[in-house]
Ligand binder design. Sequence first.
Ligand code: EPZ
Length: 424
Amino acid sequence: MDKLVIRGGKPLSGRVRVSGAKNAALPAFCATILAPGRHVIRNAPNLKDVQTTIELLRRLGVVVDDSRLAAEHVAEIDTSRISSVRAPYDLVKTMRASILVLGPLLAREGKAEVSLPGGCAIGARPVNLHLKGLETLGASIRLQHGYIIAQAGGLKGAEFAFDVSTVTGTENLMMAAALAQGTTVLTGSAMEPEVTALAEMLVAMGADIHGLGTTRIEIRGGKPLHPVDFTIMPDRIEAGTYMAAAACTRGEVLVEGANAGHMEAVIAKFREAGVTVEERPEGLLVKSDGVRAVDVKTQPYPGFPTDMQAQFMVLMCMAKDGISVIAETVFENRFMHVLELQRMGADIRIDGHSAIIHGRGQLSGTSVMATDLRASASLALAGLAADGETEILRIYHLDRGYEKMEEKLKNLGADMERVKGAGL
Ligand code: EPZ
């Protein structure tokens, strides 16, 4: 497996373009199952998780032309034929978002066999609300040999209340409800921009959906849907990651294509910490000559996103002599990066669901290991900010969610390289 070697301490400067959002692309690819025919998805990021989703669709009999994905970020997806309803463990174990084929397969084919995702580094990640919601729409669901076996003689609209805000849970039910007979009302729905973007894609396919961007979504299902030519929204977490890279290194970077409307809580926190963030026509101009410690509490949208927690923690390590309390309220084990940051000299103490960071204004390079996608991003930021050399092992985690990260960072002046096949 590859590793990243970073020689830190250099301020980043220049312009970096944001790719399409991973967490909008994955549900969009799965939603094509709902309407037989040829779909075109544009601005799709060329990521490991997107390639896994393409492999999953192909296992279902879908014809995917990804020949233009790397160069033009375009995928052509023909869902005219579905020859299997089974999402196998070998794929689901590498990407939990595979669960997003459950709702569409059930709605279109009346059955689905999806491997239970199991836990992951950041938490148990149950899917009970996905299953309860689909049962409310009339599905019969049983668990057998580690698989979700779902059947439905025809889904029917119903009311369902989420007792926890779940992004993919809301997405699965919205997709299933789009083909259910009658009206479905989802309350307690997730409001993440990626959920709203999926609703916009379904509407473009002919679905009748109201309440976009609220926690009460009404889907009047039953009409057949038609294929779509749809463009993926920019990745707000990738944008926030490069904002943090600029701030951690006291640089000045224009994050091109960032949508400030999706990032209000993140922008507010950067500004509270003393980072200059200016909205420009092309994106967000970010510059910093030193930050102060601020507290953060992760929340479902529109709060501060849990996917930015690890990256922001590195910034708090660079605050001089301040105490920052970061509370992680969404996942139960999303502090794996703390252990590695401590090895780089960070002064962090974990107290339950909070991390208390005593900013020392510096970090020192060493060998560290990535454990999950956003933790590996935070280690890259730490390496950029640290004195000396940092090597990051197991960076396959990074490749799942960041397109050409080392290329984008080197274009901003980072002194780093990827060493093939050298990192555990
Ligand atoms: C999505 O995961 C994202 N992934 C995650 O991004 C993101 O961290 C998360 O939402 C929260 O914003 C994709 O969109 C592909 P959840 P998801 O269901 O949908 C509990 C990244 O780094 N829950 O919103 O799986 C769950 O345990 C990834 O890009 C239930 O209890 O997350 C958690 O505590 C990581 N029962 C909370 O809800 C359920 O049935 C939020 O989870 C479902 C969820």
